[in-house]
Design a protein around this ligand. Structure first.
Ligand code: PHE
Length: 344
């Protein structure tokens, strides 16, 4: 009987001494396990005289009960303590400054392109995109620039083979769309994209640049429609109050052809160093689609007419954001690109 008392107090002391759940588990096994000390007491009962068995058995049961309860109570306490410790260890100090993730910014040329796309999609134009490696046929032939035509020299071309080239203007895409329409009107689309010309790169020239050309073909389309459309675009791109003017020009695929100036947004037409004192800035080329181009693409030039224009996006971006070197668009200098995050 004394042995039971000893085992019990020894077990309770061990429970008390366990500082974590692992230690407590060891204590549980040592005293309450199948091969534990209390089970051993049970086995001893067999060797006792019969009359002592009930009292002994009862005492062992009480001992087992007492130790079990003590272990459970200790387990609850230690679990609470472990949780508390975990909460303290995992604590997040939200007052610490965070680690800033580097994020990119939209490239200024894309900004301009998106702006122009929004503007024209809002007027019901669709966007047509196509290959940068283009056939001579679409880039030149269908645009009324046959082989040996002197106008081919206006655009120094990167040829891949005699019939394949890097497109020199997105007019190539307009020709693809005209051909696809098979004489059906109306056509209203813009073609944004990269174009290539052999050029020595400097502050204002680049062998690669970005164009957005527009094309409208239908009945009763006039030069006045072209003027209204470009005036709307100039006002949206350079601020309200812009005026535009047409100067006669030459493109093989338009007749008449015009060069388009916008009244200088920096001095409001009074004359400043950006417009070199003239009050006007040249922004694009345009004209009425040449009847021959319409005919070659299967349109009846007696019935329908059209206008087309082409604008260089680098030029627009340079004017709009005051960028003085076209190479900035292509050298990917983060210090330059980062300055555009404020326009997002
Ligand atoms: N394709 C011409 C160029 O690249 C621009 C243009 C487009 C002119 C449409 C008139 C009409 O210079």
């Amino acid at each position: 009987m004394d042995k039971i008392t000893d085992v019990q107090s020894e077990a309770l002391a061990a429970v008390e001494a366990a500082v974590n759940l692992d230690e407590l588990q060891q204590v549980r096994i040592k005293y309450l396990g199948k091969k534990g000390a209390i089970q051993a007491l049970m086995s001893e009962m067999k060797s006792l005289p019969r009359e002592e068995k009930p009292a002994f058995g009862q005492k062992v049961n009480v001992c087992k009960q007492t130790v079990t309860e003590a272990v459970e109570a200790a387990a609850a306490k230690l679990e609470a303590k472990a949780l508390e410790e975990q909460l303290i260890n995992d604590r997040l100090d939200i007052t610490l400054p965070g680690v800033r993730r580097e994020t990119g910014t939209i490239h200024p040329l894309h900004m301009i392109q998106q702006e122009i796309e929004d503007l024209f999609v809002g007027m019901g134009y669709k966007i047509a995109e196509g290959p940068e490696v283009e056939e001579d046929y679409y880039n030149f032939e269908l645009a009324n620039i046959p082989k040996d035509h002197p106008a081919r020299e206006m655009q120094d071309t990167f040829y891949i083979d005699p019939n394949t080239l890097l497109r020199t203007h997105t007019t190539a895409m307009q020709m693809r769309e005209l051909e696809k329409a098979k004489g059906k009107t109306p056509i209203k689309l813009i073609c944004p994209g990269k174009v290539y010309r052999r050029d020595d790169d400097d502050a204002t020239h680049s062998h690669q640049f970005t164009q957005c050309e527009g094309l409208v073909v239908g009945e009763h389309i006039t030069l006045a429609d072209l003027k209204g459309t470009l005036e709307f675009m100039a006002n949206r791109m350079f601020g309200e109050g812009r005026q535009i003017r047409f100067r006669p020009s030459y493109f093989p695929f338009t007749e008449p052809s015009v060069e388009v100036d916008v009244s200088c947004p920096f001095c409001n037409g009074k004359g400043c160093n950006v417009c070199k004192g003239s009050g006007w800035i040249e922004i694009l080329g345009a004209g009425m689609v040449h009847p021959h181009v319409l005919e070659m693409n299967g349109f009846d030039s007696e019935k329908c007419t059209g206008f087309a224009f082409g604008v260089g996006l680098e030029r627009v971006a340079m004017l709009k954001y005051g960028i003085d070197d076209i190479r900035n668009f292509y050298t990917n200098d983060q210090r330059f690109l980062k300055t555009f995050d404020r326009f997002d």
